[in-house]
Ligand binder design. Structure first.
Ligand code: ARG
Length: 265
């Protein structure tokens, strides 16, 4: 990043970055320079998606939290804090300028790309179909879900998979599909026997399977890539995040965080 704080502020004001504030340190610090103001940004996420983001003892933790913080540390921006939303509210929060970046295991896809921009990918995933561990239901393909009550999180690609692969082709009645505000609620309903399967990103399915009496019945290949979501037109910020991401990947930080949150691999 070669730009100074002033040009960044001017840039952000031209794209309407009103949620972006300049830290006081930048105004008062240095005595003479005046150019060292860093731009504060606010991140948004949707906990209940372990190990990417979850609450532990009231604290927001996870791979996305650590990764975004490490990436922002490599830039001239400062992370002012995190805000929590339901997943489906993240894109509106971004476009409304309540937040400046989304770190929520969000899949990069064409539909979302019409409204927001994404950084380079930082993780890949497929969908997994999770069932009760001690149950007698062991589906091995999506068509086996036909006639069964199933669930996914509202606004996710898991939900889109149910829509496009099951409901639209007529293999599942709409009334069998249950949409949840977060995946913890969906998995709890699975454990309680209210639904028979949950369609969810594979790394998150693995985490639930390690922590709860549920198992992955099979995976459905979608070849998704997660990226950080940014406002359309925030090109300077997006570029800074991409540069930060490649620095974090080139060093040991990315691997360290992967080991921390997904185990040695
Ligand atoms: N990868 C999926 C998607 O983009 C699910 C993301 C859910 N993320 C979350 N933090 N709940 O739709």
């Amino acid at each position: 990043m070669s730009d100074d704080g002033l040009s960044r502020r001017q840039y952000l004001s031209t794209v309407g970055g009103t949620a972006v504030t300049v830290s006081l340190a930048g105004c008062f610090g240095g005595g003479g320079g005046g150019d060292d103001g860093t731009t504060e940004i606010t991140a948004g996420t949707a906990p209940g998606f372990p190990p990417f983001e979850m609450k532990e003892d009231g604290e927001l933790v996870g791979f996305d939290i650590d990764l975004l913080e490490a990436v922002v540390d490599e830039t001239d921006y400062t992370l002012a804090g995190w805000e929590e939303f339901e997943f489906k509210s993240l894109i509106p929060a971004l476009t409304n300028e309540n937040i400046d970046v989304v770190a929520a295991g969000m899949t990069i896809n064409d539909e979302r790309d019409e409204t927001i921009d994404f950084t380079d990918p930082y993780y890949s995933s497929n969908q997994a179909i999770v069932v009760r561990e001690d149950g007698d239901f062991s589906p091995s393909s999506l068509s086996d879900l036909s006639g069964r009550p199933i669930g996914a999180q509202k606004g996710t690609t898991g939900e889109s998979t149910v829509q496009s692969e099951l409901i639209e082709p007529g293999n599942l009645d709409e009334s069998n599909y249950n949409s949840y505000g977060n995946y913890v609620l969906a998995v709890e309903d699975l454990q309680n026997g209210n639904i028979d399967a949950v369609v969810i990103d594979e790394p998150v399915a693995q985490t639930f399977a390690a922590q709860r009496p549920v198992v992955i019945a099979f995976t459905y290949e979608t070849g998704e890539n997660f990226g950080f979501g940014v406002r359309e037109g925030d090109d300077e910020f997006t570029q800074a995040l991409n540069d930060g991401l490649s620095t974090v990947r080139d060093g040991s930080t990315y691997q360290d965080l992967t080991n921390k949150w997904f185990g040695q691999q």
